[in-house]
Ligand binder design. Structure first.
Ligand SMILES: Nc1ncnc2c1ncn2[C@@H]1O[C@H](COP(=O)(O)OP(=O)(O)O)[C@@H](O)[C@H]1O
Ligand SMILES: [Mg+2]
Length: 269
C-alpha cells in the first residue's frame, strides 16, 4: 500500500478578480521509504502541492490518502493533528525560534502532543534527535550562535522528534553552501535508508540527483516522473573535500614557488 496517494487533485485560488488553477489534476503514488524530489519552474505548483501534502491546505477537489486514511475531508483541527503525528517539515529558511535554544526548538512539536509526555521524556527525545544529527554538543546554543548548516540540522531534528512517517522538505539546501548542502543531503539520505519516506522540493537538478525519483511539475500538472540511480551525498562530500584539499595544496605550492624565485635570482647575481 502506498503511503501517499493523490487522485485528481486540483487547487483553485479564488481572489476577488481572478481564479488561479494552481493544480490541475495531480495523480501521484508514493511508496513507503521512497525519496522523491519535486522539481519544476517557479509558479508550476510545487508549494501548493507541498502545502496539500503537508495538510496545511486542502485541495479544491480530488482525494488525498495518507497512510491509507482519506484526509481530504478532514476538518482543520483533524488535519493539524495528522500533521503533528505523521509529518515532519524542513524549510529553506529553517523557521527556528530565534531566542530559544536548539533543545527547546526541538522540544516544541512534542508540547502539542495530546498524550501529555512527561518533561523528562520530552527532554530525552529532543536530546536524542539532536544527537542523531550530530548536534549533541550544541543543545544550549540559540540559532544566532549556530552556522546555517547547524541551524538546518536543528530543523531536521525538530522534524524528526515526533517520529514522523513522512518528511517534507521545501528547498532544504536553498540557503546553504555546497559543502553544507552535501552534509544535509547526507543526513537526509541516511534517514531515508533508515526507513523514512522523503519528499523534497528543489529547483536545483544537482540536489534532485540525491533522490531516487524525480517528479517534474509544469503549469499545475505532472510533466514527468522518473526513477534514477541516486548519487551518494557521502561520496560527493568526500570528493568535494578531496578537491578542496588539493586546491589548498596547489595554493601553498604556488606561493612557495613565488618565494623561491627571488632567492634563485640572488644566487645568480
Ligand atoms: N495564496 C495564493 N493566492 C492566489 N494565487 C496563488 C496563491 N499561492 C500560489 N498562487 C498561484 O498559484 C500558482 C502556483 O504557485 P506555487 O504553488 O507557489 O508555485 P511554485 O512553488 O512552483 O513556485 C502560481 O500561479 C501562483 O501565482
Ligand atoms: Mg514555491
Amino acid at each position: 500500500m502506498p503511503i501517499i496517494e493523490l487522485e485528481e487533485i486540483t487547487r483553485i485560488y479564488r481572489t476577488s478578480a481572478v481564479a488561479v488553477e494552481a493544480l490541475k489534476g495531480i495523480d501521484l503514488e508514493v511508496k513507503e521509504q521512497e525519496f522523491l524530489a519535486i522539481m519544476g519552474p517557479s509558479g508550476s505548483g510545487k508549494s501548493t502541492l507541498m502545502n496539500i501534502l503537508g495538510c496545511l491546505d486542502k485541495p479544491t477537489a480530488g482525494r488525498y490518502r495518507l497512510d491509507g486514511e482519506d484526509v481530504s475531508g478532514f476538518s482543520r483541527s483533524r488535519l493539524a493533528r495528522t500533521r503533528n503525528q505523521a509529518l515532519g517539515f524542513v524549510f529553506q529558511s529553517f523557521h527556528l525560534l530565534p531566542r530559544t535554544t536548539a533543545q527547546e526548538n526541538v522540544e516544541l512539536p512534542l508540547l502539542y502532543r495530546e498524550e501529555g509526555l512527561s518533561w523528562k521524556e520530552i527532554h530525552r527525545r529532543a536530546r536524542e534527535a539532536l544527537e542523531s544529527v550530530g548536534l549533541g554538543d550544541r543543545l544550549d546554543h540559540t540559532p544566532n550562535q549556530l552556522s546555517g548548516g547547524q541551524k538546518q540540522r536543528v530543523a531536521v531534528a525538530r522534524a524528526l522528534v515526533t517520529h514522523p512517517r513522512v518528511l517534507l522538505a521545501d528547498e532544504p539546501t536553498g540557503n546553504l553552501d555546497t559543502r553544507t548542502s552535501l552534509e544535509i543531503m547526507d543526513i537526509v539520505q541516511r534517514l531515508n535508508a533508515d526507513g523514512l519516506t522523503i519528499l523534497m522540493v528543489t529547483h536545483e537538478s544537482e540536489v534532485a540527483r540525491f533522490a531516487e525519483r524525480v517528479v517534474t511539475l509544469r503549469d499545475g500538472l505532472i510533466e514527468s516522473d522518473e526513477r534514477t540511480e541516486p548519487l551518494s551525498a557521502r561520496r560527493e562530500l568526500a570528493r568535494w573535500l578531496a578537491q578542496a584539499e588539493s586546491e589548498a595544496d596547489d595554493r601553498t605550492r604556488k606561493s612557495e614557488e613565488l618565494k623561491e624565485v627571488p632567492e634563485a635570482e640572488e644566487v645568480a647575481i
